[in-house]
Design a protein around this ligand. Structure first.
Ligand SMILES: Cc1cc2nc3c(=O)[nH]c(=O)nc-3n(C[C@H](O)[C@H](O)[C@H](O)COP(=O)(O)OP(=O)(O)OC[C@H]3O[C@@H](n4cnc5c(N)ncnc54)[C@H](O)[C@@H]3O)c2cc1C
Length: 290
């Protein structure tokens, strides 16, 4: 049976799973324990169809997941760090910190989070030395000094993509404890960050103790990769920080669909569920035609 892998177990991901599974696909939903999405933060939902009484976001998520499990959807916990096309079997490889999963089609439903940090200079230098995608931009930093901000698997993954190109890669944990085992060739700096500075483009990082680190580029990889970061790595087109989709939730890459908050516009459960349904159906259609 053809396989759909869905990244995200919020209303968009679970709705997509219901429709893809009922359309005959084998469906696996991967979701992060560290970044649990938006809905879980909602204290009470009372503007969604069918709720006689308000329910908490956490309760709504559980109801959705139980319903999908009942029809045979598989749920796995893991932080997806990358998705890539695999020549070997003409499909996709979805990579978590521990495992690689093969997919004939992938639905991105990892929520709106575009991970950044409220550190002076980061917004200012976006596109001028601040990057959110190592695999996209590593080539521009051949033999240059680069830094990666982050302290977990996602940051290590980004740093590993830079190591073959850059002269030196420094991991800036910004006061966080390291979670996991970073690549050995990385230089570690654990001090808190004060600013990213430069003239026209990034030239250095300033730490809160006043010390400086000269760098040509800074890559953000804080926490868990968000939808837009994963999309960028695959070459999926964005409009600002939202994933660009057509009316069937198809991205510019065949077999890759997106739904929910990650596509921009209204950030509501009803819209996430609708787009999830379209994405699930579209993935099944794609698999039939493939
Ligand atoms: C405080 C608050 C109150 C709200 N109140 C309402 C309301 O009253 N009514 C309403 O309609 N909407 C409300 N919303 C908005 C609603 O929660 C969102 O629109 C909806 O949850 C979007 O669904 P989604 O599936 O796109 O993303 P999310 O619900 O954000 O789910 C994202 C999923 O992706 C997973 N994920 C993220 N990154 C990764 C990764 N790298 N690897 C694996 N998994 C990953 C997460 O674990 C999660 O399962 C509220 C939001 C908030 C924050």
């Amino acid at each position: 049976m053809a396989k759909v892998v869905i990244i995200g177990a919020g209303p968009a991901g679970v709705s997509a799973a219901l429709y893809a599974r009922r359309g005959g696909a084998e469906v696996t939903v991967i979701s992060s324990e560290k970044d649990t999405g938006s809905l879980i933060k909602a204290h009470q939902i009372e503007n969604y169809y069918g709720l006689a009484e308000p329910v908490s976001g956490a309760e709504l998520i559980q109801r959705g997941i139980q319903g999908a499990k009942r029809i045979g959807v598989e749920f796995i916990q893991g932080d997806v760090v990358a998705v890539a096309f695999s020549e070997d079997f003409h499909g996709y490889q979805v990579e978590t910190e521990q495992m690689k999963y093969h997919a004939d089609s992938v639905i991105l439903a990892a929520g709106a989070a575009h991970k950044t940090l409220p550190i002076p200079g980061i917004r200012e230098f976006e596109g001028k030395g601040i990057s959110y995608c190592a695999i996209c931009d590593a080539f521009f930093y051949r033999q240059k000094q680069v830094a990666v901000i982050g302290a977990g698997e996602y940051a290590f993954h980004e740093a590993a993509a830079l190591l073959p190109h850059a002269a030196q890669v420094t991991l800036l944990t910004n006061g966080e404890d390291i979670a996991g085992r970073p690549p050995e060739a990385l230089v570690l700096r654990k001090e808190k960050l004060a600013a990213v500075e430069g003239s026209g483009r990034v030239q250095r990082v300033r730490f809160q103790d006043g010390s400086l680190l000269p760098v040509d580029g800074v890559f953000l990889a804080v926490g868990v990769a968000g939808s837009t970061e994963l999309a960028r790595k695959m070459g999926v087109m964005l409009a600002g920080n939202a994933i660009k989709v057509d009316e069937r939730m198809a991205t510019n890459i065949p077999g890759i669909f997106a739904a929910g908050d990650c596509t921009g516009g209204l950030r509501q459960v009803a819209k996430a569920v609708y787009q999830g349904a379209e994405a699930g159906l579209a993935a099944v259609r794609y698999l039939r035609e493939k």
